[in-house]
Design a protein around this ligand. Structure first.
Ligand code: DOR
Ligand code: ZN
Ligand code: ZN
Length: 425
């Protein structure tokens, strides 16, 4: 099977090149990257005016499978990912049951191979049932193929237990993906702790709720030598601490989500829970710090924290609705519109944050466009404009604050392991 992706501009973060070339794919592998190739291909994808980039890798996705398949399944999540240009995703373990043993890891991986769309990796929980009391069966989950440990949705509040988990992560050479939120400080907070939110009658989540755990986790990484990856950073002091830690040589990397680098709490319309997520939307100063952190290389990754919930739950209003918004089908366009188009990132940096760096952190041989590598690719048009319409999402989730937003940057085709999984008509 020969696939030819014609007339695009190939972006390869590995050697920082941007080249006008056709990409020839044979049986799932990139065979030749060269201009104007004359071959009789079985299928041709026209990439005129587009970038041909390494398929996006989302390190932070909630698939809700097993246990809440009415919100999302491995299959609907994979389809949503393909629509968004993602060829690999890491599923978080806060499912029902929690992914704290090899059986549940196998369940998700088997389902992913049955679905046979993008690459899906399942992260393992740090503690049994995410209860924070006893370590989960980490060795067996490593054998089952988890790429990382994460207690996402919760923080392991027992520092000694977390230290033991980090020591095991070093032994098995996997990163720890950390959701930083002090469980005792958050209380009944639902939005950022600021004047506007207080006036609206909502209890706040202060920056310190995140910052104190970021500080602790960095110190635990220093103590254990673990590769610590900080999830969905939202505060300006997180960025400062990450910079300090990196300067000290501590193994820390970090991600930011599109909503956190593009929206503030002031953007929340009255009681709309599609703007409720954890961590919450912060202030302008925080957003500026996150953008600058991305630009300066302090923040390594853009991840979505794709968190589907039902319209009924999200209709309950900010106080009662669950935290979380979907993101797989809007991330690339929001990044293009808010960061690349506004001069914070180059297209090369976008490819680094959305593919190359996640691959490096996860230890995957991906995130590049090179001959001999798996053909995980996205054809991305940087100039096409459209209005985000959740009714078009492949995800079961419609909970997005970006409905009706005019964006620039369209995923035209997604190819995983040489198969065209999505092509925009
Ligand atoms: O907004 C969030 N949603 N934050 C989390 O930490 C969990 C996630 C979810 O699972 O819905
Ligand atoms: Zn989280
Ligand atoms: Zn999450």
């Amino acid at each position: 099977m020969l696939l030819l992706i014609q007339n695009g501009t190939v972006i390869n973060p590995a050697d920082q090149t941007e080249t006008a070339a056709d990409v020839l794919v044979e049986d799932g592998i990139i065979k030749k990257i060269a201009p104007k190739q004359k071959v009789k291909a079985d299928r041709v994808v026209d990439a005129t005016g587009c970038y041909v980039m390494p398929g996006f890798i989302d390190m932070h996705v909630h698939l809700r499978d097993p246990g809440q398949e009415h919100k999302e399944t491995v299959e609907t999540g994979a389809k949503a990912a393909a629509c968004g240009g993602f060829t690999t995703i890491v599923a978080m373990p806060n499912t029902k049951p929690v992914v704290d043993n090899a059986d549940v890891v196998h369940y998700v991986h088997n389902k992913a191979s049955d679905v046979r769309l993008i690459n899906i990796l399942q992260a393992g929980a740090v503690t049994k049932g995410q209860r924070g009391e006893e370590l989960s069966d980490i060795e067996a989950m490593v054998e089952a193929g988890i790429p990382a440990l994460s207690e996402d949705g919760k923080t392991v509040m027992n520092s000694q237990l977390y230290r033991e988990a980090m020591t095991l992560a070093v032994k098995y050479d996997i990163p720890v993906l950390a959701h930083c939120e002090d469980a005792n400080m958050v209380k009944n907070g639902v939005v950022n702790a600021d004047k506007t939110m207080k006036k609206m009658g909502f209890a706040g989540i202060s920056n310190a709720v995140e910052d104190v755990i970021v500080a602790r986790d960095i110190m635990l990484a220093k103590d254990t030598g673990a590769a610590l990856h900080l999830c969905h950073c939202s505060t300006k002091d997180s960025v400062r601490m990450i910079e300090l830690a990196k300067n000290e040589g501590i193994r820390v990397t970090a991600e930011v989500c599109p909503h956190h680098f593009s929206l503030t709490s002031a953007d929340i319309p009255a009681d709309d829970a599609n703007y409720k997520m954890n961590p919450p939307l912060r202030t302008k100063a925080d957003v500026e710090a996150l953008r600058k952190g991305l630009k300066d290389g302090i923040i390594d990754v853009i991840a979505t924290d794709h968190a589907p919930h039902t319209p009924i739950e999200k209709g309950l209003g900010i106080k009662k609705a669950p935290f979380g918004i979907v993101g797989l089908e809007t991330a690339a366009a929001i990044t293009m519109t808010e960061l690349v188009d506004k001069g914070y990132l180059t297209i090369m940096q976008m490819a680094e944050k959305m593919s190359y760096n996640p691959a490096k952190i996860l230890g995957l041989d991906k995130g590049v466009v090179e001959e001999g590598k798996a053909a995980d690719l996205v054809v991305f048009h940087p100039k096409k404009q459209y209005v985000i319409d959740p009714a078009e999402f492949k995800s079961k989730g419609r909970n997005t604050p970006f409905a009706g937003k005019k964006v620039k940057g369209m995923v035209m085709a997604t190819i995983a392991n040489g198969r065209v999984l999505y092509e925009r008509a």
